[in-house]
Design a protein around this ligand. Sequence first.
Ligand SMILES: NC(=O)c1ccc[n+]([C@@H]2O[C@H](COP(=O)([O-])OP(=O)(O)OC[C@H]3O[C@@H](n4cnc5c(N)ncnc54)[C@H](O)[C@@H]3O)[C@@H](O)[C@H]2O)c1
Length: 344
Amino acid sequence: MQKEYSLHSRCGSSRIFLDEGLERLGPLAGGRRTVLLTDERVHALHGERFPEMEVISIPQGEQAKSLGRATLLYQEMIRHKMDKASLLIAAGGGVVTDLGGFVASTYQRGMGLGFVPTTLLAMVDAALGGKNGVNLGEYKNMVGTIRQPEFVLIDPSFLQTLPRKEFISGLAEVVKYGLISDPAILDLLEGKDADEVALDGDLLAEIIDRSVQAKIKVVEEDEDDSGVRRILNFGHTYGHGIERLHDLSHGRAVAYGMMVALALSEKLGLLETGVREKAMRILRQLELIPDIQPDRERVMEIIARDKKRRGDRIAFVLLRRPGVTEIVPLTPEEIAGHLEDTDL
Ligand SMILES: NC(=O)c1ccc[n+]([C@@H]2O[C@H](COP(=O)([O-])OP(=O)(O)OC[C@H]3O[C@@H](n4cnc5c(N)ncnc54)[C@H](O)[C@@H]3O)[C@@H](O)[C@H]2O)c1
């Protein structure tokens, strides 16, 4: 069902269209000089579906999120005679929306920007909230801006061509929203495997809709990452640690991080009975549980360097029950101690 939400924050407002077709892009561009930024794979699969406009296509993959690539894009924009009044539409996964958002926010100190997310992760997470950025060598998202795109157009039909692995990876963020914000998402997912979710259009539309609403709610409450927005890091602190050590999809790393956060929540006597088991059933059925035995000491070393650290403590997002989080400052030693005799 077509729906429109709005997201308001100090760094601008976005109109977010759900289940919307690409023909809407013409009216949204409103006669402005417009360039479509996309990656080679999305362009090959879906390029013809977009209205006629200039296209800049970048190589697919995380390496494109760099200052070097941003410089090449600024030069392309000059060549296309783009100015502040022009519009950049970034259509792709989180790499394209992050890079496109950064370039549009900085080119001539800011030009028009719209997103068409084409991965599940970008639809429910990366394209929403206004955080854009590029990596600096091995440092992820080190240079960036916070600025809301004018619009985000979500057309779930893009997901039909998304590789299964990428789809499953995106589902981890959906489970996260179920745990931190909207318990109904967990009920919708329980008992379903990834293929059932992918093939059930109504179910898919509903979990995207609920995830989008969850992200809007958190971002509107707190845009600068200092307070409420930190709950979006649920599963990510430990997840990022093991992502650096194991060859895992982002989704599986986050899923493992959520398992750790749930185990810690239980250990500290916060978590309602049965929640962890339910979450584990869902993650298992969605093939999100990685088969790894991480070297906990090395994970803790990486976590200790986390940029979200305050003094010697890490603000760990824990759970009381689905929809109710608690941020608990813990030292790496405390985390390691609590995890020692868990059944992870
Ligand atoms: N800004 C934020 O708030 C935020 C939040 C989460 C993640 N991110 C960023 O998002 C990035 C990851 O995003 P991602 O997982 O979407 O990865 P991605 O953009 O690399 O896309 C994954 C792969 O899927 C392909 N693809 C995209 N859409 C497709 C489609 N419809 N059909 C077939 N193939 C398709 C891409 O070409 C690419 O090869 C990371 O850089 C991460 O830092 C940003």
